[in-house]
Ligand binder design. Sequence first.
Ligand code: HEM
Length: 177
Amino acid sequence: MFVLLAQQSAGPSGINGFLPFGRGSLMLDVVFLAMFVIVPLLAFSLWQVKYKRNYQLHKALQLTMAIVLLVAVLLFEVDIRVNGWVHRAEPSPYFDDANKWGCLAGRALIVHLSFAVPSLVLWIVVVVQALRKFSRPPSPGPHSQWHARWATLAAAGMFMTAVTGWIFYWLAFVATK
Ligand code: HEM
């Protein structure tokens, strides 16, 4: 994600994505689509723990999501670092190469990154602490209060990351002049 900010320009390269309505790269499209799976799965996992007290399923779902997200983010970073994204945004009326961070798409990316970066860090901390401090199999205990507070924030952050990411994708890679 930092790479997105650092990346000033790049040649038109990289593997094109598969979404017919967008100009995203393969990994941009994978992450865009993955968030449509992660968000409902996250809601289901929270519902399972809160109302069904199914701690084991909650743990399994959260660990699966953490691994999928981590792999997707790593591959995404490599894609962006190697191939860039600016050339894909150029046909958009909301992107201006001469005013990258002042145009609407650039501002949307800044908003997106200000959710994505802290959420990713918090997400990792919440998972690591849960693995260290809950019993096995997982059940409520002394770590519950800390977990409920920070995990709720992490979940809200991930939801906002998805929504702001979708908005940026549309502004930069779907909209056409
Ligand atoms: C980023 C990943 C995670 C998120 C966002 C998350 C989210 C949450 C939330 C919001 C609650 C509170 C539900 C309520 O209001 O009652 C909760 C409860 C719980 N979570 Fe997680 N969780 C995550 C990872 C994990 C992991 C990896 C484990 C197990 C190792 C775990 C075990 C539990 C347990 C045992 C509870 C019940 C606590 C209690 O009610 O006293 N969670 N989780």
